[in-house]
Design a protein around this ligand. Structure first.
Ligand code: ZN
Length: 87
């Protein structure tokens, strides 16, 4: 229900049960996963869905957009001025 309400496809989830933080992050990056479950539950509400960094996305839903944006591909634009020779 929560995943559907926030349009998070199951393909972005990772089962991190039994993994250390380092192993979890490496595996999530290798498989391009954005959120995980299977770790400890959050102390506020006992939730289990977290960002790659370990923040509870059910307590703070703004973390969802941040996680998706921060790991999304993008462009870097550079400007150059011949007159002042500055990039
Ligand atoms: Zn929580």
């Amino acid at each position: 229900m929560f995943l559907k309400a926030h349009r998070i496809p199951e393909s972005l989830l990772f089962n991190a049960e039994g993994l250390s933080k380092r192993a979890r992050i490496l595996a999530m990056e290798a498989f391009d996963k954005k959120f995980f479950y299977g770790g400890s539950v959050c102390s506020n509400g006992g939730h289990s869905l977290r960002t790659k960094a370990g923040h509870c996305i059910q307590c703070d839903t703004s973390r969802i957009a941040f996680q998706l944006r921060s790991s999304d591909a993008g462009f870097v634009y550079l400007c150059y001025s011949k007159r002042i020779e500055l990039v």
